[in-house]
Ligand binder design. Structure first.
Ligand code: AMP
Length: 585
């Protein structure tokens, strides 16, 4: 079914931060964009300085930086408060002997401490790495170990459940700071902070110094630690201005979980570099609560995700009608395919169409967007960011971009190929930690290969088609099948496992495991429940939601489980035809 173009009025175009997209695409360059930021006085570039200091010491010092909503009430933190809090945290890291460049992990829910940990770490010159609080002990251990975590900030409850069972396997983790009464092996963050001064000059890091470590998943092997540098802040700042239309007087709400990249790039860094007010809600999704947040906090720019929008759509437009959403100026979505129905529903129920945009952990910032001043083609991810060169590359037999002698071929209009981005944007990842070979494999000449399949139409709009590999997107979270398979393999009854994403109308995909049992074990509902519980205990929120027993998993000649075939079986497709599997939308 075709969807009508959503056109923007001349007044809407004129009002947007990026009012003339074609001109900016011609003229923009990143070196010039760098002058939009201050830089550390005396030299250097540090994300925390751009997000905190330059506002704290300027006219927005008294402005609310964070508005934190929780069961116990609302806490406002000004930019000046944030300067003091992050300075004290940086002093603490210094006192503990943490060296610049060492990794500080957080395993926290949404609250002031998470922001202070992230920005205090950057201020100190060490590297911030967030963990998804719903992870179980296996993914937590794996990431802290691979990231050489020296410090962890968490809560006593999360520590007891997810870290204490694996602590012995993390000898390099020297300090665990907790938000309440410290269990054995940890210390109280509040007590430690009380001993530290609330002045700490921001570290004069260089643009190319490592700042952030974000773990992401591939089809095979352990999770990959994507390395980002302080210079990424230039892209965070500019993309937030243009794709999200952010301004200093905005109230901004990014609903992404802070344990993943969007929650850091756009939940913490980008809006603060603009001096905006960031809404932080500790609670989980609830349709009425979300509408109440939008209305009561006068949210003007809202950055959310397709799964959440689909959940709101299920409650109908009548519910939205009960709230005053007149403060809203712009709504954007990211992380998974956004159905055209949702784009149009936004216009009808919320007063604004949803502006889809595309990026991934490795790109660090938005690369493709439906810009506020540009007409929307519902279902398309949008147009490339000024300063970012995107292409769809022709594919070889393995389904990935074909590379011959280091050269690639750009696909014709409307031809499906692998989405690629030309090197040279400031938030490009600079490595996978400890895995140079894997990093090198992501590039073909000047192009970074994204692993996504897409096509571009004759007018240059990009359309998502699917993944070129087997990674799963469930409720916006990227899940590596290998990590889930490895965890289930630890169960005594399991001989082999194949994990796939099973299409789901709300979450996009659900994690489903096909399990072959060892001799002596019988398939039963009891064993299925036991395996589901085992998965949840070890993996947490990324555990399989469904398990099927299958004593005849399909294999490649080299003996690997063929996940594509499992997916075809699940969808009831002809097993010879796995090509249609590329189109989850
Ligand atoms: P992550 O690295 O966890 O942020 O996941 C990035 C992946 O999410 C991309 O490579 C895509 O597969 C998917 N993704 C992100 N944004 C979109 C979008 N707007 N439409 C479709 N898929 C998306």
């Amino acid at each position: 079914m075709g969807w009508d173009l959503i056109t923007k009025t001349p007044a809407q175009r004129a009002a947007a931060n990026l009012s003339d997209y074609p001109r900016m695409r011609e003229t923009f360059d990143w070196a010039q964009a760098r002058t939009r930021l201050s830089g550390v006085p005396g030299g250097g570039l540090n994300i925390a300085y751009e997000a905190v200091d330059r506002h704290a010491t300027g006219p927005r010092g008294d402005a609310t930086a964070l508005r934190c909503l929780s069961a116990t009430g609302t806490t406002d933190v000004t930019y000046q408060d944030l300067l003091r809090l992050t300075s004290r945290f940086a002093s603490l890291l210094d006192t503990l002997g943490v060296r610049p460049g060492e990794r500080v992990f957080s395993l926290l829910g949404r609250g002031v401490e998470l922001y202070v940990t992230a920005l205090g770490t950057l201020r100190h010159g060490s590297v911030y790495s967030p963990l998804f609080a719903a992870f179980g002990p296996d993914p937590v251990r794996e990431r802290i170990a691979r990231g050489d975590g020296a410090v962890l900030v968490t809560t006593p409850e999360l520590y007891e459940r997810k870290v204490a069972p694996v602590r012995e396997q993390l000898p390099g983790m020297r300090h665990v700071l907790v938000l309440g009464d410290p269990p054995p092996g940890t210390v109280s963050l509040a007590d430690e902070l009380a001993r530290c001064p609330d002045r700490f000059d921001v570290a004069p890091t260089r643009a190319r110094d490592m700042a952030l470590l974000h773990f992401t998943s591939g089809t095979t092997g352990a999770p990959k630690g994507a390395v980002h540098v302080h210079e990424a802040v230039v892209a965070h700042h500019v993309t937030a201005a243009w794709a999200l239309d952010l301004r200093p007087d905005d109230v901004f709400w990014c609903t992404a979980d802070p344990g993943w990249v969007t929650g850091t790039s756009y939940g913490i860094i980008a809006p603060l570099t603009h001096g905006a007010t960031v809404v932080v809600d500790a609670a989980e999704f609830d349709a009425k609560r979300w509408y109440a947040n939008l209305a009561d906090q006068h949210v003007s720019v809202w950055y959310t995700a397709p799964t959440a929008l689909r959940m709101l759509m299920r409650h109908g437009a009548d519910l939205a009608d009960q709230y005053d959403l007149s403060a809203l100026r712009h709504i954007a979505s990211v992380g998974e395919p956004l159905n055209p129905e949702a784009v149009v529903w936004g216009a009808q129920a919320l007063g604004h169409p949803i502006h889809d945009n595309w990026w991934q952990t490795e790109t660090g910032a938005i690369m493709i967007s439906n810009f506020p001043a540009v007409d929307i083609r519902p279902g398309a991810m949008g147009l490339p960011m000024p300063g970012v060169d995107v292409a769809v590359l022709r594919r070889g037999d393995d389904g990935r971009a074909r590379v011959e002698g280091g050269e690639v071929t750009v696909a014709a209009a409307d031809e499906v190929g692998e989405l690629a981005v030309r090197r040279g944007w400031p938030s490009m990842f600079r490595g996978y930690l400890h895995d140079d070979e894997r990093y090198a494999r992501c590039f073909a000449g000047a192009w970074y290969l994204t692993g996504d399949l897409a096509r571009s139409d004759r007018d240059g709009y990009y359309w998502f088609v699917g993944r070129a590999d087997d990674v799963i997107k469930s409720a916006g979270h990227l899940i590596g099948p290998f990590e889930v398979e490895s965890a289930l393999m630890a169960h005594p009854a399991v001989a082999e496992v194949g994990v796939i994403g099973k299409p789901d109308p709300v979450a996009g995909e659900l994690v489903k495991a096909f399990v072959t049992l060892k001799p002596g074990h019988e398939a039963s509902d009891e064993l299925r429940l036991d395996l589901l519980a085992f998965g949840r205990r070890n993996l947490g929120g990324v555990a399989p939601k469904e398990i099927s027993f299958d004593q005849h998993l399909p294999h490649t000649r080299s003996g690997k489980v063929m996940r594509r075939l499992l997916r075809a079986r699940e969808l009831g497709l002809d097993e010879g035809d796995t090509s249609t599997l590329e189109a989850p939308v």
